[in-house]
Design a protein around this ligand. Structure first.
Ligand code: AMP
Length: 358
């Protein structure tokens, strides 16, 4: 168990690291950020930062000596980096969770192996395997690179008329998985925390609306049946237990069907705090960022209970953040800006949370 005054090391310097560092401060903990990009948004709110590449062993060594526990804000931290660090400091979540969730094929096999429903899937390494997978899974289907995909990048839909070879070209002919298209009625997620001793706390299921493959808005409560809500929580718990997970993670889910026929299909696991959990900053008793800090520190988990009758989180993408002034004028709206200098299209610049009481 960490003592107040300890230092949390965070790999990655984006908004998620920034919000973890900000949540650590009122608990009397310090943050030390490790990221390769100059001017990373988390640097300016941390007690210390190291600007170095993830394979810079000398820098990692110094970082490991300076922190009491290490964590990360994104799943594409090289597994070798996590393994190197874990010889010198506790790393939560561990390298295993990272390794499984970095590869869509390994991840899907892992989830299916727990008896949890995922879209039908098959490995695709070359054109012949793609033809074989299409014959097996059918269309429409989605071809995704095994690694480094996010916000819809590295994936392409295959409808009836689409040429398989053109689709494979579109994802750079990288090792891939073909997934059957899930006819979902809505997309939801569960954000949950697990401690090393198995203590577990899940937030309410969150309903997520995407625009151009990027999360636009999250709302709680989600429009799902109580039994779908319970099954989403059970799924998160089973995944957390099977990974021996420590920290906050998210499970992205598809809701299929309505009423009594409603069921949950897992899309993917994010081994970190998640955009669909940002509503918890103002809309829950404990934010996901504080919860992550508590979990990796070995401290009691906080209450995940919602505040108000409904909470909404809206992302500010690119130039949408130019309207920050309007948000500040709105009673009850909470503005969160990430301190990014340049508002490129598609870039997450901040978000707004709104808690409704009536
Ligand atoms: P991902 O990068 O896997 O999170 O996918 C991004 C988005 O693409 C998801 O949020 C869905 O809207 C859509 N999508 C991905 N996979 C499927 C699938 N198998 N069936 C239907 N929609 C999908």
């Amino acid at each position: 168990m960490l003592k107040p005054g300890s230092t949390i090391g965070i790999l990655g310097g984006g908004q998620l690291a920034r919000m973890i560092a900000l949540a650590a401060a009122p608990l009397g903990l310090k943050a030390h950020i490790f990221a390769p990009e100059a001017g990373s948004p988390a640097f300016e709110v941390a007690a210390a930062y190291t600007e170095a590449a993830y394979d810079d062993e000398a820098a990692l060594e110094r970082f490991a000596r300076a922190v009491d526990v290490a964590t990360y804000e994104f799943e594409n931290v090289p597994v070798a980096t996590a393994e190197f660090l874990s010889e010198k400091a506790p790393v939560h979540p561990g390298a295993r969770a990272l390794g499984i969730t970095q590869d869509r094929l390994v991840e899907k096999s892992f989830i299916a192996g727990l008896g949890i429903e995922v879209a039908p899937f098959a490995a695709v390494n070359d054109a012949a395997e793609l033809e074989h997978a299409l014959a097996h899974i059918g269309r429409p289907s989605v071809l995704k690179t095994r690694r480094f995909g996010y916000d819809g990048k590295g994936q392409v839909m295959l409808r009836e008329a689409d040429e398989a070879d053109t689709a494979f070209d579109a994802i750079g002919r990288h090792p891939a998985v073909l997934e059957g298209f899930v006819p979902f009625v809505r997309e939801v997620s569960v954000v949950a925390a697990r401690r090393a001793d198995g203590a577990f706390a899940a937030y309410e299921v969150t309903e997520n609306e995407h625009r151009h493959h990027i999360l636009h808005r999250s709302t709680v409560p989600a429009n799902v049946t109580p039994s779908a809500e319970a099954s989403a929580h059970a799924i998160a718990r089973r995944i957390g237990d099977a990974l021996g997970y420590v920290g906050v993670f998210a499970v992205e889910l598809f809701v299929v069907g309505e009423g009594v026929d409603q069921r949950i299909v897992v899309n993917e696991i994010a081994p970190r705090v998640h955009n669909s959990g940002h509503w918890t900053l103002d809309g829950a008793e404990t934010s996901q960022f504080e919860q992550h800090v508590r979990a990796i520190a070995g401290w009691p988990l906080g209450s995940p209970a919602r505040r108000g009758v409904r909470v909404e989180m809206t992302n500010l993408i690119g130039s949408e953040a130019d309207h920050w002034h309007k948000v500040l004028e709105e009673p009850g709206a909470h503005l969160h800006l990430y301190g990014k200098a340049e508002a490129r299209p598609g870039r997450k610049m901040g978000h707004v949370t709104r808690v409704f009481w009536g």
